[in-house]
Write a new protein. Structure first.
Length: 286
């Protein structure tokens, strides 16, 4: 008999509006059926299960092509209140010749059914390829095209840059002008900048290790919990790589931390271990 997915877990004692959300990329990955999903859980219930142990999931499938409105609606219906998805925008938008000419592609994706996700719709991630250098005029025009609302509801956009030329004061100034967050990509393969450029913070951590059950040693998880708390409190983390001067303290902000790639089979455990630390801090401060 199939194992039943739990109904509460991390959400049981936590409000739906928790400012810090940890998660993973996707929910369909065969090795997770050995160390995350319980034996007997059917594949069609994996999202139901994952969304009750994590607070967010970054969907990579939309990077390869937009989905049907009914698919977005189904994903949302399988998740509990307070859970959100981050969607990677299609690569046909971000990998074209000129970003300034992508209005049709942007509108087609955003208005092609995302509203069906309702309050489960979190940030939209626009990932630029490693081959695209910083072009201030082109990027300025692109960021101006990103819609602020969908059917009257605010949208949140976040930009991931992968070319070293983005490690510049000019880029940081431009991102701040548009108030769009820059992904902090903790990866040895891509440029990492933790400069605060928007109203929320988004990190993609890519250093989980196979030999560690939780992907990261306790010391590193403790450090990331502290950083997430500082970000949520409106502070910067000057210990991380910056291009510009660390930003002054602002009002509290939402924080998204995803464990991506590296030792992928360890990432659910890493996300849950980090969230447990963060929840313990919030519980003790009440």
């Amino acid at each position: 008999m199939p194992t039943r997915a739990p109904k509460g877990d991390l959400f049981a004692a936590v409000t739906a509006n928790h400012p810090i959300r940890t998660g993973i990329g996707g929910w369909t990955y065969a090795p997770w059926r050995k160390n995350f999903y319980p034996d007997g859980l059917t594949q069609k219930r994996e999202l139901e299960y994952a969304s009750r142990h994590l607070r967010a999931i970054e969907i990579n499938g939309t990077f390869y092509g937009a989905q049907k409105p009914a698919t977005y609606a189904r994903w949302a219906s399988e998740t509990p209140e307070g859970f959100v998805f981050s969607l990677k925008a299609p690569r046909y938008v971000t990998e074209g010749k000129r970003l300034a000419d992508t209005e049709k592609g942007i509108r087609g994706f955003v208005e092609g059914g995302l509203s069906e996700m309702g309050d489960r719709l979190g940030p939209i991630l626009w990932q630029l390829p490693p081959s695209r250098p910083f072009d201030a005029d082109d990027l300025d025009a692109f960021l101006a095209l990103l819609p602020a609302k969908l059917e009257g509801k605010p949208l949140r956009h976040v930009l991931e840059v992968r070319h070293p030329s983005f490690l510049s004061d000019d880029y940081v100034a431009l991102a701040r002008k548009h108030r769009i967050p820059t992904v902090f990509t903790d990866s040895p393969d891509y440029p990492s900048l933790a400069d605060i450029t928007g109203d929320f913070t988004y990190a993609r951590l890519m250093r989980s290790e196979d030999k560690i059950a939780t992907g990261y040693i306790d010391k590193d998880l403790d450090a990331w919990a502290s950083r997430a708390e500082r970000w949520a409190g409106g502070e910067d983390n000057p210990d991380l790589p910056h291009v510009a001067v660390a930003a002054p303290k602002t009002s509290p902000r939402d924080v998204f931390v995803f464990f991506i790639s590296a030792a992928k089979h360890r990432n659910p455990a890493a996300a849950m271990a980090l969230q447990k630390r963060i929840d313990a801090t919030h519980k003790s401060s009440r």
